[in-house]
Design a protein around this ligand. Structure first.
Ligand code: F6R
Length: 609
């Protein structure tokens, strides 16, 4: 998704500023640009393509120093990914430059009005109207013009504004799209995302909803949308610098897949003490948790699959009603969440627009909000009553891997914690599941050691035109996740289905050219999966089975097999199954020469609806 990086302070080299923008690359983008100012001179350049190309086109200016700057990475929503649509956008009168994240919903209506006033438009974007709109209110004070303009805008917008008449000020606006300011010795850094500034600043000012910041060389002034001054709260940044080192791995995704045993071990260390679950920091009291009757869980994409696994696990071990939905549905549904219900939002980035909107809706209805999130200072974490941090570390590959399994581990532990408080699980049962959770990192390593074999299997399947992923019970979400991983990085159509539903439609797809990935660990639904496999075999479908080594039946029906260790409590097997699926998807995509870490059209942090 689009990224904003900005600067106001002592003179800094352009190359340094471009490095800041590069920290936002992992979000996914298709074009980029910069406006920078110093000593009466402006530099304005945009390009379709990568920041490296922008840098190459500015070779002779890289050592030039600038005291005000706005930089942007664009992820196309309105208009193609071409230079003309890249940011910054400049107003056709009064020389105002704007970078924008989000979507302006009433841009067509505003465009019409501005055209009547003589303003010209060059791009197909919604963003360009913000520059012309601000210009239409400009009478000598850029902040006054911004105060007036924001009242006319509908939708989501984080803006960075620079006027050529007042280049000693950078204006920042936050409305439903995150924006923060890093305070450093040399000046202020503006960013849409914390990772962009963690190595640059020790303190951050997180803009609140409907706040406007005016950055001068020495000061931040904060206002609400009515121009009323607000207090500036600087907070210590306590996350580590994002590592952009692949540590010998060919892709970040592969590195992150291999990090899973370590980050799951860290998760267990953080949330257990003396081999017992310990959520000491959780702001949800035992009294509250004992009484909770309804739980709603929301998330998007991979994080939603973590919600799905959690539903199965919670339903087995507690008497709580659990409802799940994708955030984009929850936010517009009349779901029956009430005061005292627990609303859990799961997100790697903590900035996903739909998840934040669903959360806000539940908050309005006075539900208690618990977020499971990988970014401490994120909007999601800040909006929640309580927060469980997933210590996966920064995830750079766009396809989520280690964040997913860390979410799962946190959620398994939280569910056991809840079941213990509610007395719906025996102590022995809980301790035995916990013991097995401790073995997961070791078991994951066993799967990772099969990487070469999985790569060979992937070679055999890479030419399949379409994939069906089947699973049952708690591994139905694993089937969804396997299909999502494969399609997003290899672009092969893939569908995840509950195996029991196969006869109700997807079986029509099966012939000798289609691949079916069957997830069938030896659990209480194993026999049902065996029947499904026979049905696929009878139709000559190519089967890749994910099974346990002790399985005596499935190998005879399968074309290829990936073994995962057998667990006593198969309900935690999604933590193993997914590692095999991630490696498989990765190898298929690699065989096809796909851009694994930044797949086309995808963004790491989906900050628009
Ligand atoms: C898939 C993937 C996405 C995200 C989804 C939610 O590999 O990464 O489906 O899971 O966009 O993002 P977060 O977790 O940041 O809310």
């Amino acid at each position: 998704m689009c990224g904003i990086f900005g600067y106001r302070g002592k003179d800094l080299q352009l190359v340094y500023l471009l490095e800041g923008l590069k920290k936002l690359e992992y979000r996914g983008y298709d074009s980029c640009g910069v406006i920078a100012y110093n000593l009466g001179k402006f530099l304005c350049k945009k390009n379709s393509g990568k920041i490296e190309e922008l840098k190459e086109s500015l070779t002779d200016k890289l050592n030039n120093k600038y005291s005000s700057a706005l930089l942007h990475t664009r992820w196309a929503t309105h208009g193609k990914p071409i230079k003309l649509n890249a940011h910054p956008h400049k107003s056709s009168k009064k020389n105002i430059h704007v970078v924008h994240n989000g979507i302006i919903e009433n841009y067509l209506e505003l465009k019409k009005k501005l055209k009547k006033k003589g303003y010209k438009f060059k791009s197909d974007t919604d963003s360009e109207i913000t520059a012309n709109l601000i210009a239409s209110f400009y009478k000598g004070s850029i902040e006054e013009a911004v105060f007036s303009a924001v009242k006319k805008l509908k939708g989501a917008f984080a803006l960075g504004v620079l006027s050529e008449f007042e280049p000693d000020k950078i204006i920042a606006v936050r409305h439903k799209s995150p924006l923060l300011i890093g305070a450093a010795a040399e000046g202020f850094f503006l960013a849409s995302d914390l990772p962009a500034i963690v190595s640059l600043a020790k303190e951050a000012v997180y803009l609140k909803e409907k706040q406007i910041a005016v950055l001068s060389a020495e000061k931040i002034k904060l206002y609400d949308f009515n121009g009323k001054r607000a207090k500036v709260n600087k907070e210590k940044i306590n996350i580590k610098t994002v590592s952009t080192n692949k540590k010998g791995f060919k892709h970040f995704m592969l590195k992150e897949i291999y990090q899973q045993p370590k980050v799951l071990r860290d998760t267990l260390d953080i949330y257990t003490k003396n081999n017992q679950i310990n959520f000491g920091q959780l702001k949800l009291t035992k009294k509250y948790l004992k009484g909770v009757k309804n739980i709603f869980i929301t998330a998007c994409g991979t994080a939603f699959h973590a919600a799905h696994v959690t539903k199965y696990f919670l339903e087995r071990h507690t008497n709580i009603k659990v409802e799940i939905d994708t955030s984009s549905e929850f936010r517009y549904r009349d779901f029956n969440v009430n005061k005292g219900d627990l609303f859990i939002a799961i997100s790697q980035s903590g900035e996903t627009a739909d998840t934040l909107a669903a959360l806000k809706k539940a908050k309005k209805r006075k539900a208690k909000i618990l977020s499971i999130c990988n970014v401490i200072g994120s909007s999601l974490a800040r909006e929640s009553d309580s927060f469980i941090y997933t210590p996966a570390g920064p995830e750079i590959g766009v396809a989520s891997t280690k964040a997913y399994t860390t979410q799962l581990m946190c959620l398994y532990l939280f569910c056991l914690h809840l079941a213990t408080i509610k007395n719906t699980i025996s102590k022995t049962n809980k301790n035995n599941i916990l013991k097995e959770l401790f073995k997961i990192p070791l078991y994951q390593k066993k799967i990772l050691r099969q990487n070469k074999k999985i790569a060979m299997i992937a070679k055999k399947f890479s030419k399949a035109g379409c994939f069906l992923f089947l699973g049952r019970g708690i591994n139905f979400p694993s089937a969804l996740e396997g299909a999502l991983k494969l399609k997003e990085i290899s672009y092969i159509p893939a569908e995840g289905y509950p195996a029991g539903e196969m006869k109700h439609g997807p079986i029509a797809l099966i012939d000798e050219y289609r691949a079916v990935v069957c997830i069938a660990p030896m659990d209480d639904l194993h026999e049902k999966m065996v029947s499904n496999l026979q049905e696929i075999k009878a139709r000559r479908g190519k089967i890749l089975a994910i099974i346990n080594p002790a399985d005596a039946e499935i190998p005879s029906f399968s074309n290829q097999i990936i073994y995962i260790p057998k667990l006593k409590f198969q309900e935690i097997s999604p933590l193993l199954v997914v590692v095999a699926l991630q490696l498989f998807a990765y190898s298929v995509a690699k065989n096809l020469g796909a851009e694994i870490d930044q797949p086309r059209n995808l963004a790491k942090s989906v900050t628009v609806e």
